[in-house]
Design a protein around this ligand. Structure first.
Ligand SMILES: [Ca+2]
Ligand SMILES: [Ca+2]
Ligand SMILES: [Ca+2]
Ligand SMILES: [Ca+2]
Length: 470
């Protein structure tokens, strides 16, 4: 977008966005309209992979051009390592050992996972900030360029500094964030805690109690930020979303097809599975798990930021007839408007069916007094995967809902409606299929028809980064 249009947009929506992000009270805040956007860099991206740095000593700063001083911003490092999946245990009482996701013997099939000392994945064998570990901060915290030769902030040691330049692929002014290395006892969070994730397994702590062979495994887990709260009641059961006016979500639902309940979130949770990671950091929380019936390695990784919920699904299953994913709201969403990019205008969520085009949308929104959520749905696959729009609004659906409240309220998403090839690496040659759903939460004061397409373009085109010594 040209700079003047961006400026106009900022005028248009900036007031409402500012309510969500107190961090943007600077005269130079080039990404103040990307309030929800993280910046994720590996140690390799930062250029410090082989320095044996302690992840607990990362420091991030913006330069305050008005005050001529450093301002610390929140940064988080999430370690990762390549780990074998193992295979599903034969019984719930089978003992586990650290080193595979299932905690069973290795099979030779591996993937890069978020490290977690509390699951069978375990801690990263390399405790330093190594090449595949991720550093994350929020784009909105970027500031102006610090003058060359500016003395490093006082907690920094060792003379090591990196200037991170953030650029919007569409152009516009760059933003700058500065990374330093602190001494023992520094606080990478800058005293902030943007996300609160409580993984609460009703049966007790994870390793001794999780039924890896045969669920369910009821949870009372929650994610809470200043903008939203979510509830999660098992693997594949993301069932509550409150944007400040009460829970409006029936469930984030995944199944082969409508009226096909042989496989759904419920059967996934009722069978074998395991957690890879549960991480609650200052910038983001990560909840990652595997196990979806005959796709025992199928994985969902949910990443929670303070105004954004990301869901990344890696199919690893034999050939299946199709797959769909949608957010089914509940009766509390009645009265909200719903629109996707392939719908000419919004429809009302009221449980009365609406006619919508089949064409797969790039974005969706639901907007009303209950809140405002925007969504994108992107798939990266090694094969052509035809798809169609899902939109269900029906208090008397003709098909079996499988689980939930018996109705569809503004249930929008995508259906990959032709047969998918094998994606399970334990089952011969495997294609790949990764679905990324990004949902962000905004003030209802914004005009959704104006803001959603702009946001969607940003959400699908992250800022680029480069790192140089400072
Ligand atoms: Ca690592
Ligand atoms: Ca590491
Ligand atoms: Ca309707
Ligand atoms: Ca429902």
């Amino acid at each position: 977008m040209p700079k003047y249009q961006r400026w106009m947009l900022t005028l248009l929506v900036g007031g409402a966005i500012a309510v969500l992000a107190a961090a943007c009270n600077y005269s130079y805040a080039p990404f103040s309209d990307r309030v929800d956007s993280p910046v994720v860099m590996t140690a390799a991206d930062v250029g410090v992979a082989n320095l044996n740095l302690n992840p607990a000593r990362a420091l991030a700063y913006r330069w305050d051009g008005d005050g001529g001083s450093w301002v610390q911003i929140a940064v988080q490092i999430d370690e990762r390592h390549v780990v074998d999946f193992g295979s599903r245990p034969s019984t719930n009482s089978q003992s586990g050992a650290v080193g595979t996701v299932y905690g069973t013997s290795p099979t030779g099939t591996t993937a890069l996972q978020y490290s977690d000392p509390n699951t069978w994945v375990g801690a990263d064998p390399d405790p330093t900030f190594d090449a595949n570990d991720e550093l994350v901060f929020m784009a909105r915290d970027a500031g102006p360029r610090a003058p060359a030769g500016t003395v490093h902030p006082s907690p920094a040691i060792g003379g090591l500094g990196k200037e991170i330049v953030l650029s919007d692929p569409d152009g516009g002014d760059p933003g700058y964030v500065y990374l330093f290395y602190g001494g023992a006892g520094v606080d990478p969070s800058a005293g902030l805690d943007l996300v609160d994730y409580h993984f609460v397994l009703d049966s007790g702590s994870y390793r001794p109690n999780y039924k890896r062979a045969d669920g369910p495994n009821p949870e009372s887990s929650t994610v809470t930020t200043d903008t939203y709260s979510m509830g999660l009641s098992d693997r594949w059961f993301t069932v509550d979303l409150d944007l400040g006016q009460g829970d409006i979500l029936d469930g984030h639902k995944s199944q082969f097809a409508l009226n096909f309940c042989g496989r759904s979130n419920q059967t996934f949770a009722n069978a074998h599975g395991a957690f890879a990671a549960n991480i609650d950091g200052p910038v983001r929380a990560i909840r990652s798990y595997i196990g979806a019936n005959s796709g025992p390695l199928t994985q969902r990784t949910e990443i929670f930021y303070d105004t954004r919920y990301e869901s990344i699904t890696d199919l690893r299953v034999h050939s299946i007839p199709g797959i769909m994913s949608f957010l089914d709201l509940n009766a509390s969403a009645i009265g909200m408007n719903y629109r996707s990019s392939t719908m000419a205008s919004a429809v009302t969520i009221d449980g009365a069916p609406d006619s919508v085009p089949a064409a797969t949308p790039d974005w969706f929104y639901a907007h009303g007094n209950q809140g405002y959520l925007t969504r994108t749905f992107d798939v990266t696959s090694s094969f052509n995967a035809p798809s169609a729009q899902v939109f269900l609004d029906d208090t008397n659906p003709p098909d079996d809902e499988c689980w939930g409240d018996g109705s569809y309220f503004g249930a929008g998403g995508v259906h990959f409606n032709e047969r998918l090839p094998n994606t399970d690496p334990d089952n011969g040659f495997a294609a790949t299929f990764t679905a990324t759903e990004v949902t962000s939460f905004w003030s209802p004061n914004l005009n959704p028809d104006v803001w959603t397409p702009t946001w969607a373009a940003q959400a699908t085109q992250p800022l680029t980064t480069s790192s140089t010594n400072f």
